[in-house]
Write a protein that binds this ligand. Structure first.
Ligand SMILES: O=C(O)CC1=CCC(=O)O1
Length: 254
């Protein structure tokens, strides 16, 4: 069942609509490095995924389909028939679901550092249990270690500290519920039916969602294009922001 997520809108009123959907453990501020590059040409909608940031926490478990339904409800609230969509990690999982199940609402699709089936249900259940037992702060350092390359971690201590706080500030049940949604997800059978023009972006050093996952997605979505970014791990949108912004701009204006 869908809920009203918290969102912000930037950019000219008449510009093409682009929805940005972020990673597990993020708030909509994870897209800050995209705003200067995108908000001049697009009407950019960012939102907090359910149970994250300022979005409500549902009382019952949810699936990736529910995260997709939140986006459809958001488009309805914005009175938008369709939008371009870029999602990173769990945001990209949401994008794959939307592309397959609501093709009439999706213009062009960008899938960043994501996978149609990630890990095992047991592994994600263990991550959810860890967070429930010890809090999101207990996993923040490990997560940030997967988000960035060692060079970035050393070069940008303030950004790393800020984003570690963002992860640690994620409500426990929001984080755990999304772990469980990823654990029971398998979108591989959906990919062949996605008709939106699709750009797939991966980070060469992404150990959370290895680049092979992006290649698999690009092979299975008809006509999809793959870009593998060097010097990037999981949060490629931050570490390679100018390149991501150029790729998204070109893709959404093609
Ligand atoms: O938490 C991580 O390390 C990576 C991740 C998997 C799904 C997601 O959204 O982030």
């Amino acid at each position: 069942m869908s809920i009203d997520v918290h969102y912000t809108v930037d950019g000219p009123e008449e510009a093409p609509l682009v929805v940005l959907s972020g990673s597990l453990g993020s708030t909509l501020e994870m897209w800050d490095p995209q705003m200067a590059g995108l908000a001049g040409r697009f009407r950019v909608v960012r939102y907090d995924i359910r149970g994250h940031g300022r979005s409500p926490l549902p009382r019952t478990p949810w699936t990736i389909a529910d995260l997709g339904s939140d986006v459809l409800r958001l488009l309805d609230r914005l009175k938008a028939r369709r939008a371009h969509f870029a999602g990173l990690s769990i945001g990209g999982m949401t994008g794959m679901w939307l592309g397959a199940h609501a093709p009439e609402r999706v213009g062009r699709l960008a899938l960043i550092c994501t996978s149609p089936k990630l890990g095992t249900p047991e592994g994600w259940a263990a991550q959810a249990a860890l967070v429930r037992a010890k809090g999101t702060g207990a996993v923040a350092d490990a997560v940030i270690g997967r988000w960035f390359t060692p060079a970035f971690l050393e070069r940008e201590p303030q950004i790393v500290a800020d984003l570690t706080s963002m992860i640690a500030g994620t409500p426990v049940e929001g984080y755990a519920g999304c772990c469980e949604a990823i654990g029971c997800m398998d979108l591989r059978g959906d990919l062949g039916s996605i008709s939106a023009p699709t750009l797939v972006i991966t980070g060469e050093h992404d150990f959370a969602v290895p680049p092979e996952e992006g290649k698999l997605i690009a092979d299975m979505i008809p006509g999809a294009r793959l870009e593998v970014l060097a010097d990037a791990a999981h949060l490629a949108s931050w570490e390679r922001a100018p390149q991501i912004n150029d790729l998204l701009t070109a893709h959404f204006t093609a």
